[in-house]
Design a protein around this ligand. Structure first.
Ligand code: SF4
Length: 449
């Protein structure tokens, strides 16, 4: 007797892509002035509702009566909405308002902890400056939670490859339901930052544990994959109203998309979002690592894309370039043996500095030449530093055989600034700020182009 063939039912994860009716405020927002228009919030809310409906049917499928809901946005760092690095306040308001009106949740919280390491990046001012706090309360949030002011819980991450032990903010673990609300944007270290990378906010940087800094050193994608094993999001909603392309997350440029994406499989949502941005999912370290580990679906052919097709909405985002070497005559980066933790953050600082309207050629002529050093520099010659302004990044340069040459160079320099830490993510902001100070001493802004 022949056995009947077993029927295998494979359900594809669903990811919805919904167009938002053109928000009126976008034109002004794109030119540098955020405007909250109630009609725009309503348009985004309508798209959020449709995206949820297409991907999960109704919020009742993930939120039971009386449960608490935490919405975890991407509050990247202390920045205004016009930075386009943080979630659009209109999307925050729309999502909170939709969840309040369309679920039986007892409480809806919005909480996060911004990045950038020890020296900058606290949740309270970041929520305020990004206008997310105001938006969350306009939407009806019960509380905005500054993660860095809460307790942390030590966690052994099951099956972690790199990030085996983490301390995690308690409100993230306590919530019955977690909605991941990333922004569609590029990232020097992560190529793009979407749902998986957004979990970097569940671990501390300003808190005494400061794990975010280490996460950015190297193997960022694997670390995000490991963090995702702590707890998966119950729903991911991607803020793709105005994305960021180019030298993100600090010096990127806005790109209008007017989309909301949603789904329950973060890897699948990120894969679709990456494709919408013109990337192959396998190009993105966090998606690649999580997909390879079987934490979700990375194969676009195995994802049910609902609403609009990827091809119909795709725009090729300008790719971020994290290499700081050889950008300007008179500004020498010595980084022969360094890891991305210093490498890309120096590039980010230089991009932000150049974006502030400074003409680099004039600046370097007036300020004198600059040398930036990180890691091991076997080919470095101390004489390079004679009478120059020298910036030495990170801790590990002292561990290399070239350390004595760096010390010798520092003695010959006009000025030396050290950025301790590993990874000193804050140099993104601090090196830029120190270059601005240097510029202020040598000419009047704005510098003639
Ligand atoms: S200090 Fe060294 S190991 Fe640490 S981030 Fe910088 S280059 Fe990498």
């Amino acid at each position: 007797m022949t056995k009947p063939k077993e029927s295998i039912c494979i359900t594809k994860p669903k990811v919805s892509i919904v167009k938002v009716e053109q928000p009126e405020g976008n034109a002004q927002f794109m030119t540098g002035k955020y405007v909250r228009d109630a009609n725009d919030v309503q348009k985004i809310k309508t798209a959020v509702g449709k995206a949820i409906e297409l991907s999960i049917g109704s919020l009742d499928s993930i939120i039971k009566e009386g449960q608490t809901v935490l919405i975890k946005p991407n509050l990247a760092f202390q920045a205004p909405p016009e930075s386009f690095a943080v979630v659009d306040p209109r999307t925050i308001e729309a999502v909170v308002s939709y969840v309040k009106e369309n679920s039986k949740a007892s409480k809806v919280f919005v909480g996060d902890n911004p990045s950038l390491g020890l020296h900058v990046g606290r949740a309270k001012p970041a929520f305020k400056d990004s206008k997310m706090e105001e938006a969350a309360y306009l939407g009806g949030a019960d509380k905005v939670i500054y993660f860095d002011e809460t307790d942390v819980v030590p966690i052994e991450i099951p099956n972690a490859k790199v990030f085996k032990h983490a301390t995690v903010f308690k409100p993230f673990l306590d919530a019955d339901v977690v909605i991941n609300l990333p922004k569609m944007k590029v990232h020097l270290a992560g190529t793009v930052t979407l749902g998986l990378k957004n979990w970097n906010g569940i671990i501390p940087n300003c808190h005494p544990d400061t794990q975010q800094q280490g996460a950015h050193r190297i193997e960022l994608g694997q670390k995000m994959s490991d963090l995702y094993k702590i707890r998966k999001a119950d729903l991911v909603i991607v803020d793709s109203i105005i994305g960021m392309e180019g030298q993100g997350p600090h010096a990127g440029t806005p790109i209008e998309m007017n989309l909301i994406l949603a789904g329950t499989d973060t890897v699948a949502v990120d894969s679709v979002a990456a494709a919408v941005m013109g990337f192959e999912p396998m190009e993105i370290p966090a998606i690649r690592c999580a997909g390879t580990e079987g934490l979700g679906e990375i194969d676009l052919k195995k994802i049910d894309v609902l609403g609009n097709s990827i091809d119909s909405v795709m725009k090729h985002f300008k790719r971020p370039n994290g290499d700081p070497i050889g950008m300007y005559a008179g500004l020498t980066c010595c980084m022969q043996q360094t890891c991305p933790g210093c490498f890309v953050n120096v590039r980010g600082a230089l991009d932000s500095f150049a974006n502030s309207g400074i003409d680099m050629k004039t600046f370097l002529e007036k300020s004198g030449e600059i040398v930036v050093i990180a890691g091991g520099v076997p080919d470095f010659e101390p004489e390079l530093c004679i009478d120059k302004n020298v910036f030495i990044c990170g801790d590990c340069w002292e561990l290399f055989p070239s350390a004595d040459k760096v010390r010798e160079g520092a003695k010959l320099a006009n000025s030396v600034t050290y950025y301790p830490g590993c990874a000193p993510v804050y140099i993104f902001a601090q090196l830029n700020a120190d270059l601005q100070k240097l510029a202020a001493t040598c000419y009047t802004f704005p510098c003639p182009k």
